[in-house]
Write a protein that binds this ligand. Structure first.
Ligand code: GDD
Ligand code: MN
Length: 370
């Protein structure tokens, strides 16, 4: 690997600390002061990446920057996400080493010089780790600790390298390593470290430096149900994303739930209610389409969820698309099953896959568009 991190080029910081922020107004001043204090002689810069905070975070950053030229900022509008914020922050800097650190003082900035030294000593990637001796999760309750534990075990499954804390948001890496991962990044949600490691063709040389996760003093955590959904998406994308889009996998999953729902309603209305087959089949189809729409709206397209009037318009469109898909399914199956005398399993499957692909592509283009 190159020696660029030791080059004495005047004006080029050795380390860029990328700090994604969303409503962290009261943490800006203490964070910059703490970094300045701890970095000593190292040439550093901080790249805040703000996703249009509403609490005066940018004003606080601007005020600090007036007397601290090493503070920079990217202001993103109409964008969200910790992972993509880190990526864009790293790309906006020329520093040969890049760190990711939270903007809420929960990460121990006094570890930064130790982490930088590990890179100088030949590591590709240094992780601020809660799960090596000397590290810890601080004052987390049982639920959060258990969730983190589960998420960590899942994450370790998709990685080729052994990492004690692949979920950490506190890490540092060489730019040349980041550049290799860049084209393969999923950039979904919170877990950018896992994303980076899984995106490298060969396992990087990793060092884990222990740190104690601090308790948040100002502001609020942004970890919510959406973050957990994004994590599931990231894992799926890392496992099968090179074959099919992750959304398609979700859409197909919802579709299979729809089939089960269909059969259940069919069974009930035939046996319990005593409907005629045509009526029962019609009812089951209606319920399945409605169920698919609701689940897709929450899960598959949760980030583009339709509400209010758009919800009804979407449902109507979705039902129409599904009807066309079903007609296509029937005719393809009949064509394969009919003159060619192919077996009915293949005919049925090809028909189902055809309508799945149709429903998916047309729905993502017209029902859940941006
Ligand atoms: N720009 C931007 N955009 N920043 C964001 C966004 C976003 O959509 N969401 C969160 N942030 C910023 C917050 O302002 C904070 O500086 C940092 O990202 C971490 O967000 P928190 O909401 O405080 O996360 P956490 O403390 O629950 O989770 C942390 O610990 C996890 C370990 O379990 C993060 O470091 C995670 O990455 C980490 O996995
Ligand atoms: Mn936090």
């Amino acid at each position: 690997m190159s020696q660029s991190h030791t080059s004495p080029i005047v004006g080029l910081p050795e380390l860029c600390i990328v700090v994604p922020v969303l409503n962290e107004r009261d943490n800006i001043v203490p964070l910059v002061a703490a970094v300045r204090e701890t970095m000593g002689e190292v040439a550093w810069e901080i790249m805040f990446v703000d996703d249009n905070s509403r609490d005066g975070t940018r004003e606080a950053i601007r005020a600090v920057a007036a007397s601290e030229p090493r503070v920079r900022m990217i202001h993103r509008v109409g964008r969200r996400g910790l992972a993509s914020a880190f990526i864009e922050g790293a790309q906006a800097s020329f520093a040969p080493n890049v760190a990711a650190m939270d903007g809420d003082m929960q990460h121990d900035e006094t570890r930064l010089p130790v982490m930088l030294q590990a890179l100088r000593d030949g590591a590709d990637l240094v992780i601020g780790s809660r799960y090596v001796p000397g590290g810890g999760i601080g004052e987390w309750d049982k639920t959060r600790a258990g969730m983190s534990d589960l998420a960590t075990k899942l994450g370790q499954k998709v990685l080729k390298a052994h990492v004690a804390d692949p979920m950490s948001g506190f890490f540092m890496l060489k730019r040349e390593v980041f550049d290799v991962a860049l084209p393969n990044l999923s950039a979904i949600g919170f877990k950018i470290l896992l994303d980076i490691i899984a995106s490298l063709p060969t396992p990087p040389k990793i060092v884990e430096v222990p740190f104690q996760f601090r308790t948040r003093v100002a502001g609020e955590s942004k970890l919510d149900i959406g973050v957990m959904r994004d994590y599931a998406l990231l894992l799926i994308d890392k496992m099968v994303g090179h074959i099919v889009p992750v959304r398609f996998v979700l859409f197909a999953g919802v579709g299979s739930v729809g089939v089960v729902l269909h059969m259940l309603v069919l069974l009930l209305s035939l046996k319990a209610v005593g409907l005629e087959f045509d009526a029962a089949q019609g009812l089951a189809t209606g319920v399945a389409v409605l169920g698919n729409f609701v689940l897709n709206n929450i899960i598959t397209f949760g980030d583009k969820r339709l509400k209010g009037a758009k919800l009804w318009r979407g449902l109507l469109l979705f039902a129409l698309i599904s009807a066309v898909g079903a007609a296509g399914n029937l005719s393809v199956a009949a064509f394969l099953f009919g003159p060619q005398m192919t077996n009915w399993v293949i005919a049925g499957l090809v028909g189902a896959v055809m309508s799945l692909v149709w429903n998916y592509s047309v729905s993502s283009a017209f029902v859940w568009r941006r």
